[in-house]
Design a protein around this ligand. Structure first.
Ligand code: 173
Length: 504
């Protein structure tokens, strides 16, 4: 009842404006008024950003970063003060900048969807139409961005050895992934903060995946709430969940068990991000257009200000996570557990021995340890190590690969070398940033067409016929020498910028 009363309380904007300091800080989100004074120091994104909206409507800033229920769930009920009196509500009209206008014009001049022929095309459109900060966050990788480019290059060091005269009238590229039917040997990998790029965020992926029998891995740091996404799935649509493990294990336990109850089919625990990599494109964005920038350069800043979007919201992730925690995860869920971010045979064998159901050979899209090798290169060594440990393929232990996959031919190479399926993150992300759900459906259609053609030309009628003999991986470990220029990808790759003189 007290909650009902509070929610019925209407507060004029002038009263809210009186609480605009760190001693008393109220904010408005979706017309609701919250007292966040005591929450300021707990906010994973720091207090500074909240204080910017103290006494005001913060909805615009809140929306792309947080699931709609984040504030309701994290703030004690007695801090839910009421609702803003609608007669006093001055809607914050976001200033339309020159850049916004340019982007809108570009959005209207986008190539029609039927002229999009490959996944690189989506990336090229997204680069033009995304707000600068969103592009910087999504496209960035760590340090010198060597690994993100190596992820593409590695696929070009593998060559096909096709078989002919096999009656390839009908070819079938459907499969099962962790016991779940999938129309492609590809799943949608988790990427955070979907609403930075499209108002429907991750729901674009869920809807397209449901329609076309593709499996989506939901990110812990989605912009849509977990339940919102699950509710958007069609009946029996399989979903996987990517997990960042919270320092507070009770939060993680509740989250995992809720996911299992809602029917999620597998848990992918991210193990390669005890600390987030320094993504300089993302970080440098903070210096531009933000008043924080000037102060940072005068050296008056705390570290938080120049961390970029990702680092600012990642402090909840537990760096103490270790192999000792695996039995605990196995005790709180009966979902299959997959460790995402394995990079060596040593750790692959430890994962097998820990009794998890699989691993993802991933370098986090080049966003973590720079100059770490590609998942594809690691695959060869890891399969060899696992073969020594028992029967292979092992129906109880799957290997997935992600990073740099843009074509069905990429996926076929990984599958021939022993992967069960491959993950695509950015490819699908850019598809919805540029064309919403239609873009994701188109991306799936493109991959289907590519699988059909490439399997015919390779002489593999179904995925079981993809064998290591169909690829020449002899150059895979050679990091020197000529690698053909991947011109589509290279033309999209945005070079890093150097520090700029203030008045230049
Ligand atoms: O790669 C990322 O950006 C990522 O995984 C992440 C982690 C924490 C917060 C936001 C994004």
């Amino acid at each position: 009842i007290s909650q009902l009363l509070q929610m019925a309380t209407q507060i004029p904007a002038s009263t809210i404006a009186e609480h605009a300091s760190k001693d008393s800080c109220w904010i408005v989100v979706h017309s609701k008024v919250y007292d966040v004074t005591e929450f300021l120091d707990e906010h994973p994104g720091g207090s500074k950003i909240i204080l910017k909206y103290a006494g005001k409507d913060a909805t615009e800033a809140y929306e792309p970063i947080h699931p709609p229920d984040a504030i309701r769930n994290n703030l004690a009920v007695d801090k839910h003060i009421g609702e803003i009196d609608p007669t006093t509500f001055v809607k914050v009209v976001k200033e339309v900048t020159e850049a916004d206008r340019k982007r809108q014009a570009l959005m209207e001049a986008r190539p029609p969807l039927d002229e999009i022929l490959n996944l690189h095309d989506f990336e090229a459109v997204a680069k033009k139409v995304l707000p600068e900060k969103a592009w910087a966050y999504y496209s960035s990788a760590s340090d010198d961005e060597i690994t993100i480019r190596e992820n593409r290059a590695a696929y070009q060091r593998i060559w096909f050895r096709p078989r002919v005269l096999r009656d390839v009238t009908s070819v079938d590229w459907s499969t099962t992934i962790l016991g779940q039917k999938s129309s492609l040997p590809v799943y949608i990998s988790a990427t955070a903060l979907g609403k930075l790029g499209h108002p429907d965020g991750e729901l674009n992926l869920t809807r397209a995946a449901g329609k076309h029998g593709v499996i989506q891995m939901l990110p812990t740091l989605a912009s849509c709430s977990f339940d919102e996404i699950v509710d958007a799935a069609v009946p029996d649509q399989p979903l996987f969940l990517q997990l960042y493990v919270n320092r507070d294990r009770n939060i993680t336990k509740k989250y995992v068990q809720h996911a299992q109850k809602r029917g999620v089919k597998a848990l992918f625990i991210t193990v390669d991000a005890p600390q987030l990599g320094r993504r300089e494109k993302d970080m440098r964005m903070k210096f531009v257009g933000d008043d924080a920038g000037a102060k940072v350069q005068e050296g008056q800043s705390d570290i938080k200000k120049n961390e970029g979007v990702a680092r600012a919201i990642s402090s909840f992730i537990d760096p103490s996570l270790s192999w000792k925690d695996i039995p605990w995860f196995q005790s709180i869920t009966s979902m299959p557990i997959i460790l995402k971010g394995i990079a060596t045979p040593e750790d692959a064998v430890m994962a097998l021995e820990a009794g998890v159901q699989g691993i993802v050979l991933s370098n986090h899209g080049g966003r973590q340890l720079d100059t770490s090798r590609s998942g594809l290169e690691n695959l060869v060594e890891i399969v060899a190590a696992l073969k020594k440990r028992g029967p292979w393929p092992n129906p109880n232990f799957s290997i997935f690969v992600d990073g740099g996959v843009r074509r069905a031919s990429d996926a076929l190479k990984a599958l021939a070398l022993g992967a069960s399926a491959v993950g695509i993150g950015r490819g699908f992300l850019y598809a919805f940033c540029s064309y919403g759900q239609d873009g994701v459906e188109k991306a799936i259609q493109i991959l289907r067409d590519e699988f059909e053609m490439n399997m015919r030309l390779l002489g593999a009628r179904h995925l079981g016929e993809l064998v290591p003999e169909m690829v020449d991986a002899s150059a895979l470990h050679s990091h020197a020498g000529l690698t053909p220029n991947d011109s589509l990808y290279s033309s999209i790759y945005q070079p890093l910028r150097l520090a700029e003189f203030r008045d230049a």
